[in-house]
Design a protein around this ligand. Structure first.
Ligand code: SF4
Length: 465
């Protein structure tokens, strides 16, 4: 059987009981879900294009195998046969069935990946910072106050989500990856950017790194007098869901929590941006222990996840998640709209339905859960929240608002788009009551005064009825 190996760094330390499964274990694992041979072949075909990784904790403690393959956690980590266009799956299935050479399968997988919009929102080009005219790979500076840092050793995860928008980080396509291990460059960059108040370590999952490596990245940001303006260290992670042992029983759990304490003792906020997709991930006792350990170390856990068809696309799921999170002391933060990359067509929920799910869930929780925002699209111009659906002057519209923007003047700006029940992303929408969306430039040659003032991006133009 031809096996396509994906790029997975070796397990980092012995003695933690962490056991990963990769593409070579896929057939054995999905047989447990009762899939017939042709579907198993199709799943393996999808996994030549999109990354697959899970681990024994997810397999034995989170998935309900009696409900697989429809179980939401199964669907969270195991590729589905129809995640890619049928013709692509058939082509790859034929190659696998014929035991074709690895190079031929890799070439077919590469061609399909290039059609999947691997870096939406202009990530590789638009957000790339530079220092002394030298580009800084592995850093992103999209919003004035926040810099993203992609540590080289943090570009994998304890398990991979099927809907991951960062999937390009995990496949064998070096030119698609963002990563660096140059923390001194980050420090130099921050020293001359006093507007940056927050550094986000992201991946992959930075918490895949052991405590000593994590310390090498975080410690230089804590006591440097040139970095007093950096108020928060954020860590984007799904480790609480996929490997809570990281904060409880791993050999370096204590050292990790001590590092968190040092961040707070240095007068900075340690924000764990935890990704939870489904209430099941919150049920194990060890998760609760992990949460309490982080809180005792001074960390604040904010929770976020995308809204995904067939995994969490109903209000009760979100209501239960937010309530459980608040009960444990976490802060609900974002419901995202699935990004326009990879198998988005498969997982996308229409914006209109996403808004209903958010509203219905929001109406059923106490004010303590209403710290959450959404449904929010992380798009090229910024984060755009669907605030509602309304009829204004006889026209049904989406009420939208920029909650984050590349251009700070646009933050908080409301604007409107013509209602479209099938729209799944900002690019599907058309402006209404204005000739363009506030973040779009005026066409060249238009006389001043004929378009809304650039300084007043929310200004309305009378609707044409
Ligand atoms: S944990 Fe995050 S980065 Fe890792 S696979 Fe899931 S969505 Fe992607």
């Amino acid at each position: 059987m031809t096996e396509i190996q994906q790029v997975i760094p070796p397990a980092r330390s012995a003695g933690r009981g962490f056991h990963a499964y990769s593409a070579k274990h896929l057939d054995m694992l999905i047989a447990r879900a009762g899939l017939p041979p042709d579907e198993r072949l199709a799943v393996r075909a999808v996994a030549t294009v999109l990354p697959f990784r899970t681990n024994a904790y997810v397999v034995e403690h989170l998935i309900d195998w009696d409900a697989a393959p429809d179980d939401p956690i199964y669907r969270l980590v195991f590729p589905q046969p129809d995640m890619l266009p049928a013709a692509d799956v058939a082509r790859l299935s034929d190659l696998l069935a014929a035991d074709a050479p690895k190079e031929q399968i890799n070439q077919a997988a590469h061609e399909i990946r290039m059609r999947l919009n691997p870096h939406p929102a202009g990530q590789l080009l638009l957000n790339a910072p530079s220092l002394n005219d030298r580009p800084l790979p592995g850093l992103q500076h999209k919003y004035p106050e926040t810099v993203l840092f992609f540590p080289r050793q943090g570009q994998t995860c304890h398990a991979y989500c099927t809907y991951c928008f960062r999937w390009a980080q995990f496949v064998d396509e070096p030119e698609l990856k963002m990563a660096t291990d140059d923390i001194s460059t980050l420090v130099s960059y921050l020293a001359v950017h006093p507007e940056v108040t927050s550094v986000l370590f992201t991946g992959g999952d930075p918490m895949i790194m052991g405590a000593p490596v994590l310390r090498r990245y975080i410690e230089p940001l804590l006591h440097d007098p040139r970095l007093e303006h950096v108020e928060s260290i954020r860590i984007g992670t799904k480790s609480l869901s996929y490997w809570p042992q990281r904060y409880v029983t791993d050999p370096d759990a204590e050292a990790t929590l001590k590092l968190f304490e040092e961040v707070t003792n240095a007068g900075k906020n340690l924000a764990v941006m935890a990704h939870f997709s489904h209430p099941r991930e919150l049920e194990p006792d060890i998760l609760n222990t992990a949460v309490q350990n982080i809180r005792q170390a001074g960390g604040v856990i904010r929770t976020q996840a995308p809204l995904i068809r067939s995994i969490n696309d109903d209000a009760e799921t979100w209501r239960t998640m937010w309530r459980s999170q608040v009960r444990m002391g976490m802060v609900p933060y974002y419901m995202f709209v699935e990004r326009d990359t990879g198998p988005q067509d498969y997982f996308a929920v229409p914006l209109s339905r996403g808004y209903e799910i958010f509203r219905d869930a929001y109406q059923g929780v106490s004010g303590l859960c209403r710290t959450v925002r959404g449904p929010s699209m992380s798009a090229t111009p910024g984060k755009v929240c669907v605030d509602g659906v309304a009829t204004i002057a006889g026209i049904k519209v989406f009420v939208l608002r920029m909650i984050q923007a590349r251009d700070p003047k646009l933050v908080g700006s409301p604007f409107f788009a013509r209602f479209d029940p099938n729209a799944t992303w900002l690019s599907d929408l058309e402006p209404v009551f204005a000739p363009r969306f506030p973040y779009e430039p005026a066409p060249e040659g238009v006389l001043p005064g004929l378009w809304p003032d650039e300084d007043e991006p929310g200004e309305l133009v009378a609707p044409v009825i």
